[in-house]
Design a protein around this ligand. Structure first.
Ligand SMILES: [Zn+2]
Length: 419
């Protein structure tokens, strides 16, 4: 592949440096050099891509993705989509993420056992466009809790959104089943969720079951992701070494101390957009602010804002993304999270952008190869019309995301820069 030179751009390199005018060289799927501020590079016979002053930044990483959620207003509506339509939906959705500048994503749980793994393989084989992807299991739950959709007289497991665990030995079976399927990580629902009729602060697993998950995941060399809204569930994540902590709304001071003490090991993906949009944007679907408040979402948003702000001050990594794919927060609108992290977690716009890029690279287990524009790093990058540091909402506008490159290949090129 011929060397590409992207010139005449404002570079946000994801290292923490302020944006500066510069240019960048790409060979194959790697960045080979990035100019220092205001300098040019020896470009030889490279193919020139003139950015006309646009903003060049690393591709974004979505930290809590459900490709299999189908923009419907209920969990059952997602689950009852037949598998054939469902995999097609996942594939189409993956393409939308890439269009919107999310060049990597981490699966937070698939609605059926193999949807995430099959989507990832199709992307990696080059059959369909999509982000780099780490595939999740179904969400592991217990009978009667979020993820168990069966009716007492219809005990058919295929109705379930999650994998229902009946005890420690069953946990072993579930983990090994998903390892066989080929997931990158396991997902467990440690705590409740108001919309599923289970209080967010309720802990639903026995300690024996959680310990079994930890032991089996370690044996298989897999990370664990946890839906952890209660304080105890966050502490369990730290105690058992679960790397990926989703939500963490009600983390108390003890939980925050524990998190801070091992902050290099954990990522917090609050999926805070879910709380905000369920509270304020779901009335069209029957959930008014009053109803959502009565469910508990207002109290949880207040608690989450407080705990996330404290986490951010303590240097715990908080990442954007999460739980998009519902009727009131459809796929593709994920970049709303950047504004939410500023408003509710006390980040600066620059910190929000670093969370989406640099920390995202670490989340994808490629801290020295992904999420920054540096020589030797993978060429995943986007060109934006305008400066997101001045207006983060630019990243919600498909028309402002002018170019998307993943692995050195141009996926989207609105202005035909590369022609
Ligand atoms: Zn989720």
């Amino acid at each position: 592949m011929k060397t590409k030179a992207i010139i005449n751009v404002t570079i946000f390199d994801g290292t923490g440096t302020d944006p500066y005018p510069g240019e960048i060289l790409i060979e194959g799927n790697r960045i080979t050099s990035v100019s220092t501020p205001g300098k040019t590079l020896a470009k030889g016979d490279a193919r020139i891509i003139d950015g006309h002053g646009a903003f060049l930044m690393p591709g974004m990483v979505e930290s809590h993705t459900h490709f299999s959620w189908n923009d419907q207003p209920s969990l059952s509506a997602i689950q009852f989509m037949p598998p054939e339509e469902h995999i097609l939906w996942c594939i189409r959705t993956a393409g939308r993420y890439l269009d919107m500048g999310w060049t990597s994503a981490l699966g937070a749980a698939a609605a059926k056992p193999r949807l995430d793994v099959v989507t990832k393989h199709a992307i990696n084989a080059g059959d369909f466009p999509g982000p780099r992807y780490l595939a999740g299991s179904q969400e592991i739950t217990v009978p009667g809790m979020m993820g168990d959709n069966t009716l007492p007289h219809v005990p058919n497991e295929a109705l379930n959104f999650g994998a229902v665990c009946w005890g420690p030995e069953d946990m072993r079976r579930i983990v090994r089943t998903f390892v066989k399927i080929g997931v990158d990580h396991l997902k467990i629902n440690l705590s409740g969720e108001y919309i599923a009729g289970v209080p967010a602060e309720k802990d639903i697993f026995s300690e024996e079951e959680v310990a079994m998950l930890a032991a089996e995941a370690r044996l298989a060399g897999k990370r664990v992701a946890a839906h952890a809204r209660s304080s105890l569930s966050v502490k369990r994540c730290v105690k058992h070494g679960f790397e990926l902590i989703f939500h963490a709304s009600y983390a108390d001071e003890e939980a925050l101390d524990m998190l801070e003490a091992s902050k290099d090991k954990h990522f917090v993906a609050p999926g805070i957009g879910w709380l905000i949009n369920t509270l304020y944007n779901a009335s069209e679907f029957g959930i008014t602010e009053k109803i959502a408040t009565d469910m508990g979402y207002k109290r949880e948003l207040e608690a989450a804002s407080e705990s996330l702000t404290k986490m951010h001050k303590r240097g715990i990594r908080i990442l954007p993304g999460g739980d998009y794919g519902f009727a009131w927060m459809p796929h593709g609108t994920n970049a709303r999270d950047l504004e939410y992290l500023v408003k509710y977690a006390g980040m600066t716009p620059k910190e929000a952008l670093l969370a989406a890029t640099k920390h995202g690279g670490a989340l994808m287990m490629l801290p020295n190869e992904l999420g920054q524009l540096r020589a030797g790093f993978l060429a995943d990058l986007i060109l934006v019309d305008g400066n997101p540091l001045e207006k983060l909402s630019l990243l919600q506008d498909s028309q402002k995301i002018l170019m998307v490159m993943k692995d050195g290949n141009i996926h989207k090129d609105l202005k035909r820069y590369a022609e």
